[in-house]
Design a binder for this molecule. Structure first.
Ligand code: ZN
Length: 186
């Protein structure tokens, strides 16, 4: 394999060439928000795009690094801010780096040991997700929340655990303020 360069549009987060592009609409996320009735009615009205990911594919071999950008649009389901599905890595011993280019939001994380931690990010924030921490982003701002990420190419995604049990915390707007809550207190 030979070295290469790609360009990212710092405003939109779009890569000028990407090997894989995925889009997630409200209907892909209906089990991820607390207010399931609200999301159903929103989907009936307009099934909006919630986030998209542009990814550069490299060989999924030890030593290679995968990278890309994620663009999470602003919005809420009820009072809960738009979020990405979130995942553990299949190879649980792998870490990840997130670099916020635009917008603002939180990197919502929790560990296999039951700890949880949410990091506020805005343009210029770099967050380190250590091994064994599940992670998702939440857009608490009014513009697209754009992050660059890089992860070992062998990491893989494990979405099942989160789809089944979800994260312990979520982020809502309450009396005009951003508030991190435990889901059980919603
Ligand atoms: Zn990851």
């Amino acid at each position: 394999m030979i070295p290469f360069e790609v360009r990212i549009d710092l405003k939109s987060g779009i890569l000028n060439k990407s090997d894989r592009r995925s889009k997630r609409y409200l209907s892909d996320l209906n089990s991820y928000f607390i207010d399931t009735k609200k999301i159903e009615s929103m989907i009936r009205k307009k099934n909006v795009l919630v986030y998209e990911v542009y990814e550069i594919v490299v060989p999924e071999e030890l030593g290679h690094m995968m990278f890309g950008s994620s663009i999470l649009y602003p919005g809420k389901v009820g009072s809960e801010y738009f979020l990405t599905k979130g995942h553990y890595h299949e190879k649980i011993e792998t870490a990840e780096i997130y670099f916020c280019l635009k917008g603002e939001g939180y990197l919502v994380m929790e560990s296999l040991e039951g700890e949880f931690l949410n990091i506020y990010m805005r343009s210029g924030s770099i967050a380190y997700v250590p091994p064994k921490w599940a992670h998702r982003t939440t857009n608490t701002g009014t513009e697209p929340f754009v992050c660059f990420y890089s992860v070992p190419a062998t990491a893989g995604h494990d979405y099942d655990e989160i789809e089944k049990n979800g994260f312990k915390t979520t982020i809502i707007e309450s009396e005009g303020k951003v508030k991190i809550i435990k889901k059980e207190d919603y």
